[in-house]
Design a protein around this ligand. Structure first.
Ligand code: NAD
Ligand code: TDX
Length: 341
Protein backbone atom coordinates (compact mmCIF):
# COMPACT_ATOMS: atom_id res chain seq x y z
CA UNK A 1 0.00 0.00 0.00
CA UNK A 2 1.21 3.48 -0.88
CA UNK A 3 -0.27 6.20 1.32
CA UNK A 4 -0.11 9.96 0.94
CA UNK A 5 -0.18 11.69 4.34
CA UNK A 6 -0.68 15.45 4.03
CA UNK A 7 0.59 17.63 6.87
CA UNK A 8 2.82 14.81 8.11
CA UNK A 9 5.31 17.24 9.66
CA UNK A 10 2.74 18.81 11.99
CA UNK A 11 1.69 17.60 15.42
CA UNK A 12 -0.83 14.85 14.61
CA UNK A 13 0.71 14.11 11.21
CA UNK A 14 4.17 13.37 12.61
CA UNK A 15 2.70 11.15 15.33
CA UNK A 16 0.64 9.40 12.63
CA UNK A 17 3.63 8.82 10.34
CA UNK A 18 5.62 7.34 13.23
CA UNK A 19 2.65 5.19 14.31
CA UNK A 20 2.03 3.86 10.78
CA UNK A 21 5.71 3.00 10.28
CA UNK A 22 5.48 0.93 13.47
CA UNK A 23 2.21 -0.90 12.85
CA UNK A 24 2.21 -1.08 9.03
CA UNK A 25 5.95 -1.34 8.22
CA UNK A 26 5.20 -2.76 4.76
CA UNK A 27 3.46 0.45 3.63
CA UNK A 28 5.23 3.26 1.81
CA UNK A 29 4.34 6.67 3.25
CA UNK A 30 4.67 9.81 1.16
CA UNK A 31 4.50 12.85 3.40
CA UNK A 32 3.40 16.04 1.61
CA UNK A 33 3.93 19.12 3.71
CA UNK A 34 4.65 22.71 2.83
CA UNK A 35 6.42 23.33 6.18
CA UNK A 36 4.58 26.32 7.60
CA UNK A 37 5.56 27.55 11.08
CA UNK A 38 3.68 24.48 12.42
CA UNK A 39 5.42 21.91 10.23
CA UNK A 40 8.87 20.83 11.29
CA UNK A 41 11.08 18.11 9.90
CA UNK A 42 12.56 17.91 13.39
CA UNK A 43 9.33 16.16 14.39
CA UNK A 44 10.43 13.19 12.28
CA UNK A 45 14.19 13.30 12.73
CA UNK A 46 14.18 9.64 13.82
CA UNK A 47 12.79 8.63 10.40
CA UNK A 48 15.44 10.55 8.44
CA UNK A 49 16.99 7.47 6.89
CA UNK A 50 13.86 5.30 6.84
CA UNK A 51 13.22 4.22 3.23
CA UNK A 52 9.53 3.65 4.02
CA UNK A 53 8.99 7.38 4.58
CA UNK A 54 9.40 9.85 1.72
CA UNK A 55 9.14 13.53 2.55
CA UNK A 56 8.03 15.88 -0.24
CA UNK A 57 7.82 19.62 0.32
CA UNK A 58 4.81 21.06 -1.47
CA UNK A 59 1.40 22.66 -1.25
CA UNK A 60 -1.83 20.63 -1.27
CA UNK A 61 -3.32 23.48 -3.33
CA UNK A 62 -0.87 22.98 -6.22
CA UNK A 63 -3.05 20.65 -8.22
CA UNK A 64 -0.64 19.83 -11.05
CA UNK A 65 2.12 19.04 -8.60
CA UNK A 66 -0.17 16.90 -6.43
CA UNK A 67 -1.49 14.93 -9.42
CA UNK A 68 2.08 14.19 -10.49
CA UNK A 69 2.93 13.08 -6.98
CA UNK A 70 -0.08 10.76 -6.79
CA UNK A 71 0.84 9.26 -10.16
CA UNK A 72 4.55 8.86 -9.59
CA UNK A 73 4.11 7.16 -6.22
CA UNK A 74 1.07 5.15 -7.33
CA UNK A 75 -0.82 6.36 -4.27
CA UNK A 76 -3.66 4.09 -3.13
CA UNK A 77 -5.06 6.20 -0.27
CA UNK A 78 -4.82 9.75 1.03
CA UNK A 79 -4.88 10.67 4.73
CA UNK A 80 -5.54 14.41 4.69
CA UNK A 81 -4.33 16.31 7.75
CA UNK A 82 -2.67 19.40 6.25
CA UNK A 83 -4.39 22.53 7.48
CA UNK A 84 -4.05 25.80 9.28
CA UNK A 85 -5.09 24.55 12.70
CA UNK A 86 -5.01 27.33 15.29
CA UNK A 87 -8.24 29.14 16.21
CA UNK A 88 -6.52 32.30 17.56
CA UNK A 89 -4.58 32.70 14.32
CA UNK A 90 -7.79 32.36 12.31
CA UNK A 91 -9.20 35.32 14.22
CA UNK A 92 -6.10 37.41 13.51
CA UNK A 93 -5.80 36.40 9.84
CA UNK A 94 -8.55 34.23 8.36
CA UNK A 95 -7.53 34.31 4.69
CA UNK A 96 -4.88 31.62 4.76
CA UNK A 97 -7.43 29.35 6.49
CA UNK A 98 -9.75 29.63 3.51
CA UNK A 99 -6.84 29.25 1.11
CA UNK A 100 -5.43 26.09 2.69
CA UNK A 101 -8.36 24.43 4.40
CA UNK A 102 -11.04 25.12 1.80
CA UNK A 103 -9.35 25.69 -1.56
CA UNK A 104 -6.39 23.42 -0.78
CA UNK A 105 -8.71 20.58 0.23
CA UNK A 106 -10.89 21.03 -2.84
CA UNK A 107 -7.86 20.81 -5.12
CA UNK A 108 -6.52 17.76 -3.30
CA UNK A 109 -9.93 16.07 -3.62
CA UNK A 110 -10.05 16.79 -7.32
CA UNK A 111 -6.48 15.58 -7.88
CA UNK A 112 -7.36 12.40 -5.95
CA UNK A 113 -10.43 11.83 -8.10
CA UNK A 114 -8.53 12.39 -11.33
CA UNK A 115 -5.78 9.99 -10.30
CA UNK A 116 -8.12 7.22 -9.13
CA UNK A 117 -7.26 7.29 -5.42
CA UNK A 118 -9.10 4.39 -3.78
CA UNK A 119 -9.80 5.99 -0.39
CA UNK A 120 -9.63 9.56 0.93
CA UNK A 121 -9.60 10.00 4.71
CA UNK A 122 -10.60 13.53 5.67
CA UNK A 123 -9.39 14.51 9.13
CA UNK A 124 -11.97 17.00 10.36
CA UNK A 125 -12.75 18.29 13.84
CA UNK A 126 -15.45 18.40 16.51
CA UNK A 127 -15.40 22.19 16.14
CA UNK A 128 -17.70 21.78 13.12
CA UNK A 129 -20.54 21.21 15.63
CA UNK A 130 -20.08 24.53 17.43
CA UNK A 131 -20.62 24.79 21.16
CA UNK A 132 -22.55 22.69 23.69
CA UNK A 133 -24.38 23.70 26.84
CA UNK A 134 -23.59 21.99 30.14
CA UNK A 135 -25.00 18.60 29.09
CA UNK A 136 -25.05 16.29 26.07
CA UNK A 137 -22.46 15.29 23.49
CA UNK A 138 -21.94 15.68 19.75
CA UNK A 139 -23.04 12.75 17.61
CA UNK A 140 -22.36 12.43 13.89
CA UNK A 141 -25.84 13.81 13.18
CA UNK A 142 -25.55 16.91 15.39
CA UNK A 143 -26.10 20.13 13.41
CA UNK A 144 -23.02 21.82 11.99
CA UNK A 145 -22.69 25.25 13.62
CA UNK A 146 -19.05 26.36 13.43
CA UNK A 147 -18.12 29.54 15.31
CA UNK A 148 -14.62 30.63 14.30
CA UNK A 149 -13.03 31.24 10.89
CA UNK A 150 -10.97 28.10 11.59
CA UNK A 151 -13.96 25.90 12.29
CA UNK A 152 -15.96 27.39 9.41
CA UNK A 153 -13.07 26.57 7.06
CA UNK A 154 -12.84 23.02 8.45
CA UNK A 155 -16.61 22.56 8.09
CA UNK A 156 -16.30 23.63 4.47
CA UNK A 157 -13.52 21.12 3.80
CA UNK A 158 -15.40 18.37 5.62
CA UNK A 159 -18.52 19.03 3.49
CA UNK A 160 -16.49 19.29 0.29
CA UNK A 161 -15.03 15.85 0.99
CA UNK A 162 -18.54 14.42 1.46
CA UNK A 163 -19.67 16.20 -1.73
CA UNK A 164 -16.81 14.57 -3.67
CA UNK A 165 -18.17 11.24 -2.45
CA UNK A 166 -21.84 11.88 -3.19
CA UNK A 167 -21.35 13.71 -6.48
CA UNK A 168 -18.24 12.16 -7.99
CA UNK A 169 -18.10 8.77 -6.28
CA UNK A 170 -14.73 9.31 -4.57
CA UNK A 171 -14.42 6.88 -1.65
CA UNK A 172 -14.34 9.31 1.30
CA UNK A 173 -14.38 8.71 5.07
CA UNK A 174 -14.57 11.71 7.42
CA UNK A 175 -13.36 11.71 11.03
CA UNK A 176 -14.19 14.43 13.57
CA UNK A 177 -12.05 14.35 16.67
CA UNK A 178 -11.79 16.31 19.88
CA UNK A 179 -8.74 18.20 21.22
CA UNK A 180 -5.55 16.18 20.85
CA UNK A 181 -2.61 16.34 23.22
CA UNK A 182 0.78 14.64 23.32
CA UNK A 183 4.33 14.94 22.00
CA UNK A 184 5.36 17.37 19.25
CA UNK A 185 2.41 19.75 19.64
CA UNK A 186 3.42 23.26 18.72
CA UNK A 187 3.51 25.49 21.84
CA UNK A 188 0.66 27.75 20.77
CA UNK A 189 -2.04 25.27 21.84
CA UNK A 190 -3.23 25.21 25.45
CA UNK A 191 -1.22 22.36 26.99
CA UNK A 192 2.26 22.94 25.51
CA UNK A 193 1.90 26.73 25.79
CA UNK A 194 1.16 26.46 29.51
CA UNK A 195 4.05 24.04 30.07
CA UNK A 196 6.54 26.27 28.25
CA UNK A 197 5.38 29.43 30.05
CA UNK A 198 5.47 27.71 33.43
CA UNK A 199 9.00 26.46 32.77
CA UNK A 200 9.99 30.10 32.14
CA UNK A 201 8.04 31.30 35.21
CA UNK A 202 5.97 33.48 32.87
CA UNK A 203 2.25 34.15 33.38
CA UNK A 204 -0.17 31.49 32.09
CA UNK A 205 -2.90 33.32 30.10
CA UNK A 206 -6.28 31.67 30.74
CA UNK A 207 -9.07 33.04 28.55
CA UNK A 208 -12.25 34.32 30.21
CA UNK A 209 -13.20 32.50 33.41
CA UNK A 210 -11.27 29.32 32.51
CA UNK A 211 -14.44 27.24 32.72
CA UNK A 212 -14.56 26.34 29.01
CA UNK A 213 -14.55 22.57 28.58
CA UNK A 214 -12.61 20.49 26.06
CA UNK A 215 -12.76 16.69 25.62
CA UNK A 216 -9.13 15.52 25.50
CA UNK A 217 -7.83 12.77 23.23
CA UNK A 218 -4.31 11.33 23.36
CA UNK A 219 -2.73 11.72 19.93
CA UNK A 220 -1.74 8.03 19.78
CA UNK A 221 -5.33 6.97 20.45
CA UNK A 222 -6.32 9.32 17.63
CA UNK A 223 -3.76 7.72 15.28
CA UNK A 224 -5.15 4.27 16.05
CA UNK A 225 -8.66 5.54 15.23
CA UNK A 226 -7.48 7.06 11.95
CA UNK A 227 -5.98 3.75 10.84
CA UNK A 228 -9.20 1.92 11.71
CA UNK A 229 -11.23 4.49 9.78
CA UNK A 230 -8.91 4.15 6.79
CA UNK A 231 -9.00 0.36 6.76
CA UNK A 232 -12.51 -0.42 7.96
CA UNK A 233 -14.61 2.76 7.76
CA UNK A 234 -17.59 2.76 5.43
CA UNK A 235 -17.45 5.05 2.42
CA UNK A 236 -19.43 8.27 2.84
CA UNK A 237 -19.60 7.88 6.63
CA UNK A 238 -18.52 10.22 9.41
CA UNK A 239 -16.90 8.94 12.62
CA UNK A 240 -16.56 10.98 15.79
CA UNK A 241 -13.41 10.33 17.85
CA UNK A 242 -13.26 11.49 21.47
CA UNK A 243 -11.18 10.55 24.47
CA UNK A 244 -14.00 10.78 27.01
CA UNK A 245 -11.93 13.16 29.13
CA UNK A 246 -13.85 16.38 29.61
CA UNK A 247 -11.90 18.95 31.60
CA UNK A 248 -12.24 22.66 32.28
CA UNK A 249 -9.25 24.64 30.99
CA UNK A 250 -8.49 25.92 34.48
CA UNK A 251 -8.31 22.34 35.81
CA UNK A 252 -5.72 21.48 33.18
CA UNK A 253 -3.65 24.57 33.85
CA UNK A 254 -3.63 23.80 37.57
CA UNK A 255 -2.69 20.16 36.92
CA UNK A 256 0.25 21.27 34.76
CA UNK A 257 1.48 23.66 37.47
CA UNK A 258 1.21 20.89 40.03
CA UNK A 259 3.16 18.43 37.83
CA UNK A 260 5.89 21.04 37.38
CA UNK A 261 5.92 22.13 41.04
CA UNK A 262 5.08 25.73 40.06
CA UNK A 263 2.76 28.12 41.96
CA UNK A 264 -0.82 28.88 40.92
CA UNK A 265 0.03 32.56 41.22
CA UNK A 266 1.39 32.23 37.65
CA UNK A 267 -2.20 31.95 36.38
CA UNK A 268 -3.48 35.15 34.75
CA UNK A 269 -7.10 35.43 33.60
CA UNK A 270 -7.08 37.44 30.36
CA UNK A 271 -9.66 38.77 27.92
CA UNK A 272 -11.73 35.98 26.38
CA UNK A 273 -11.20 34.66 22.85
CA UNK A 274 -13.89 36.21 20.57
CA UNK A 275 -16.62 33.65 19.80
CA UNK A 276 -15.07 31.21 22.29
CA UNK A 277 -16.93 27.87 22.23
CA UNK A 278 -18.01 27.00 25.77
CA UNK A 279 -17.97 23.23 25.75
CA UNK A 280 -17.08 20.31 23.47
CA UNK A 281 -17.94 16.68 24.22
CA UNK A 282 -17.85 13.81 21.76
CA UNK A 283 -20.02 10.74 21.66
CA UNK A 284 -17.68 8.12 20.15
CA UNK A 285 -20.21 5.22 20.25
CA UNK A 286 -20.23 4.77 16.47
CA UNK A 287 -16.49 4.25 16.00
CA UNK A 288 -16.40 2.01 19.08
CA UNK A 289 -19.28 -0.17 17.93
CA UNK A 290 -18.52 -0.29 14.19
CA UNK A 291 -14.71 -0.25 14.11
CA UNK A 292 -13.84 -1.60 17.55
CA UNK A 293 -11.87 1.48 18.63
CA UNK A 294 -11.00 1.99 22.32
CA UNK A 295 -8.64 4.65 23.64
CA UNK A 296 -5.70 3.21 25.59
CA UNK A 297 -4.66 6.30 27.57
CA UNK A 298 -6.21 7.84 30.62
CA UNK A 299 -6.00 11.62 30.67
CA UNK A 300 -4.04 11.85 33.93
CA UNK A 301 -1.33 9.39 32.73
CA UNK A 302 -1.23 10.99 29.30
CA UNK A 303 -0.89 14.51 30.68
CA UNK A 304 1.85 13.45 33.08
CA UNK A 305 3.79 11.74 30.26
CA UNK A 306 3.26 14.74 27.93
CA UNK A 307 4.44 17.31 30.48
CA UNK A 308 7.55 15.19 31.16
CA UNK A 309 8.25 14.99 27.43
CA UNK A 310 8.26 18.80 27.17
CA UNK A 311 10.54 19.05 30.19
CA UNK A 312 12.95 16.53 28.64
CA UNK A 313 12.79 17.99 25.12
CA UNK A 314 13.50 21.66 25.67
CA UNK A 315 15.75 21.77 22.59
CA UNK A 316 12.88 20.65 20.39
CA UNK A 317 10.48 23.40 21.46
CA UNK A 318 13.18 26.03 21.61
CA UNK A 319 14.08 25.27 18.00
CA UNK A 320 10.52 25.14 16.63
CA UNK A 321 9.58 28.34 18.45
CA UNK A 322 12.51 30.34 17.11
CA UNK A 323 12.34 32.45 13.95
CA UNK A 324 9.16 33.74 12.41
CA UNK A 325 6.88 32.33 15.05
CA UNK A 326 8.71 33.97 17.92
CA UNK A 327 7.67 37.45 16.79
CA UNK A 328 4.02 36.43 16.61
CA UNK A 329 4.24 34.70 19.97
CA UNK A 330 5.87 37.72 21.63
CA UNK A 331 3.37 40.18 20.19
CA UNK A 332 0.41 38.06 21.25
CA UNK A 333 1.89 37.54 24.61
CA UNK A 334 2.43 41.23 25.32
CA UNK A 335 -1.08 41.99 24.04
CA UNK A 336 -2.51 39.59 26.55
CA UNK A 337 -0.48 41.14 29.34
CA UNK A 338 -1.69 44.62 28.37
CA UNK A 339 -5.29 43.42 28.36
CA UNK A 340 -4.73 42.11 31.85
CA UNK A 341 -3.52 45.55 32.91
P1 NAD B 1 -0.56 21.36 12.81
O1 NAD B 1 -0.83 22.82 12.66
O2 NAD B 1 0.35 20.90 13.91
O3 NAD B 1 0.01 20.77 11.45
C1 NAD B 1 -0.51 21.12 10.20
C2 NAD B 1 0.50 20.69 9.15
O4 NAD B 1 -0.03 21.01 7.86
C3 NAD B 1 1.86 21.41 9.27
O5 NAD B 1 2.90 20.47 9.16
C4 NAD B 1 1.85 22.36 8.09
O6 NAD B 1 3.15 22.64 7.59
C5 NAD B 1 1.01 21.58 7.08
N1 NAD B 1 0.40 22.45 6.05
C6 NAD B 1 -0.27 23.61 6.26
N2 NAD B 1 -0.65 24.14 5.08
C7 NAD B 1 -0.26 23.25 4.12
C8 NAD B 1 -0.39 23.22 2.71
N3 NAD B 1 -1.01 24.21 2.04
N4 NAD B 1 0.13 22.17 2.03
C9 NAD B 1 0.77 21.19 2.68
N5 NAD B 1 0.94 21.17 4.03
C10 NAD B 1 0.42 22.18 4.74
O7 NAD B 1 -1.99 20.68 12.96
P2 NAD B 1 -2.43 19.42 13.83
O8 NAD B 1 -2.81 19.87 15.18
O9 NAD B 1 -1.44 18.34 13.66
O10 NAD B 1 -3.79 19.04 13.08
C11 NAD B 1 -3.78 18.15 11.97
C12 NAD B 1 -5.19 18.04 11.42
O11 NAD B 1 -6.08 17.60 12.42
C13 NAD B 1 -5.75 19.40 10.94
O12 NAD B 1 -6.51 19.16 9.77
C14 NAD B 1 -6.65 19.85 12.09
O13 NAD B 1 -7.70 20.68 11.63
C15 NAD B 1 -7.16 18.51 12.60
N6 NAD B 1 -7.53 18.50 14.01
C16 NAD B 1 -6.61 18.83 14.98
C17 NAD B 1 -6.97 18.76 16.32
C18 NAD B 1 -6.00 19.08 17.42
O14 NAD B 1 -6.38 19.03 18.60
N7 NAD B 1 -4.74 19.40 17.14
C19 NAD B 1 -8.26 18.38 16.69
C20 NAD B 1 -9.19 18.12 15.68
C21 NAD B 1 -8.80 18.15 14.34
O1 TDX C 1 -3.44 30.70 25.78
C1 TDX C 1 -4.50 30.05 25.78
N1 TDX C 1 -5.38 30.19 26.82
C2 TDX C 1 -6.57 29.53 26.88
O2 TDX C 1 -7.33 29.69 27.84
C3 TDX C 1 -4.85 29.13 24.71
C4 TDX C 1 -3.92 28.95 23.54
C5 TDX C 1 -6.06 28.47 24.80
N2 TDX C 1 -6.90 28.67 25.82
C6 TDX C 1 -8.19 27.95 25.86
C7 TDX C 1 -9.04 28.11 24.62
C8 TDX C 1 -9.75 26.78 24.52
O3 TDX C 1 -10.93 26.80 25.33
O4 TDX C 1 -7.87 26.55 25.92
C9 TDX C 1 -8.77 25.77 25.12
C10 TDX C 1 -7.97 25.02 24.08
O5 TDX C 1 -7.46 25.96 23.17
P1 TDX C 1 -6.57 25.54 21.91
O6 TDX C 1 -5.43 24.71 22.40
O7 TDX C 1 -6.26 26.77 21.13
O8 TDX C 1 -7.54 24.55 21.13
P2 TDX C 1 -9.02 24.73 20.56
O9 TDX C 1 -9.32 26.14 20.25
O10 TDX C 1 -9.96 24.00 21.48
O11 TDX C 1 -8.87 23.94 19.17
C11 TDX C 1 -8.16 22.68 19.12
O12 TDX C 1 -9.05 21.60 19.09
C12 TDX C 1 -9.82 21.40 17.92
C13 TDX C 1 -7.22 22.62 17.90
O13 TDX C 1 -6.38 23.75 17.92
C14 TDX C 1 -8.00 22.55 16.62
O14 TDX C 1 -7.09 22.36 15.52
C15 TDX C 1 -8.95 21.40 16.68
O15 TDX C 1 -9.75 21.34 15.53
Amino acid sequence: MNILVTGGCGFIGSNLVRYLRRVRPEWKLVNLDTLTYAGNLENLIDLESDPGHVFVRGDIGDREFVEKLLREHAIDSVMHLAAESHVDRSILGPEVFVQTNVLGTQRLLEASRQQGVKRFLMVSTDEVYGSLGPTGAFTETSPLQPSSPYSASKTSSDLLALAWHHTFGLDVVVTRCSNNYGRYQFPEKLIPLMVVNALHDKPLPVYGDGANVRDWLHVEDHCQALLLALEKGRAGEVYNIGGGAERKNIEIVKAILSLLGKPESLIKFVKDRPGHDRRYAIDPSKIKAELGWTPAHTFEQGLDETVRWYVDNREWWQRVMSGAYRDYFDSQYSTRLQVMG
